[in-house]
Design a protein around this ligand. Structure first.
Ligand code: NI
Length: 261
């Protein structure tokens, strides 16, 4: 059994196709999916999907894109969602400096302070609820590491869509946090490949981040949960392991980390 630990099946790209997507996932032995919110609405939609489909679980939180929307009221509303038994994480939350560095095109994008404030509020929520955090990191390696360090020993967290290098991976793992990989590992990316070779299989999880980041052979198309197997295949190839070993270990890790049945 595979677990897609990060999907956005509530996004408009999937419209009414969720049952078909779940059918194809099942055919590929992808039997658990964590649907991840990026703001209050999508967090609510993630929980709606989790209530409707037994194989779906939800993560709730405010993404750095939406950092300006966070209010005390919204934090309370997200806390209420988080109390549901099918909510297994606070996410996705984190820092995204990609757009910040291109501020001429993205003038209204939340600035560094706004993003850090939102991120820390959400990490506090993870501590308060006892749920693990799903961390989004785009071009913000140093700040992510610095903030995670201050939560070290209290927080469980996974750096999702890991796109940095082996050295950074080691620092994350040294703090006791986990790492997960998307279909972007099937693209040409020597730094990520080096990291995968060095990271112990037992610290890794796999995900699609669908509808984004379709694996190489589907690149440019909509991604979906069934394709998480391509990420497993690439890990197996890079580490010289069998696909079955990668399936078993990443599933074991995800079940334990998120407390899935
Ligand atoms: Ni995502």
């Amino acid at each position: 059994m595979y677990i897609d630990t990060h999907a956005h099946l509530d996004f408009p790209e999937f419209k009414t196709e969720v049952p078909a997507v779940l059918g194809r996932a099942r055919e590929s032995h992808v039997e658990r999916i964590i649907n991840v919110g990026v703001d209050y609405e999508t967090s609510k939609h993630s929980l709606d999907l989790a209530r409707k489909y037994p194989e779906i679980y939800a993560a709730v939180g405010v993404h750095p894109h939406c950092a300006k929307e966070l209010s005390i009221e919204m934090k309370g509303q997200i806390m209420t969602l988080a109390n549901h038994e099918k909510v297994v994480a606070i996410g996705e939350i984190g820092l995204d400096y990609y757009h910040l560095k291109r501020s001429s095109q993205y003038a209204h994008y939340p600035n560094r302070d706004e993003q850090i404030f939102c991120f820390e509020q959400m990490l506090d929520l993870a501590l308060e609820t006892g749920l693990p955090a799903i961390i989004h990191n785009r071009e913000a390696d140093a700040d992510i590491l610095g903030i995670l360090k201050s939560y070290h020993g209290q927080l469980r967290a996974v750096v999702h869509c890991f796109s940095s290098n082996a050295d950074y991976a080691e620092k994350i793992l040294d703090l006791g946090f986990a790492i997960s990989f998307t279909g972007n590992i099937t693209y040409k990316n020597p730094d990520i490949h080096e990291a995968i070779k060095k990271i112990p299989l037992g610290s890794m999880m796999i995900e699609t981040d669908c509808p984004y980041l379709a694996p190489a052979q589907y690149r440019g198309k909509r991604n979906e949960s069934a394709y998480v197997i391509e990420t497993a295949r690439k890990i197996a190839q890079l580490k010289g392991l069998s696909l079955a070993e990668v399936e078993e270990e990443t599933t074991k890790k995800a079940k334990k980390f998120f407390g899935l049945k």
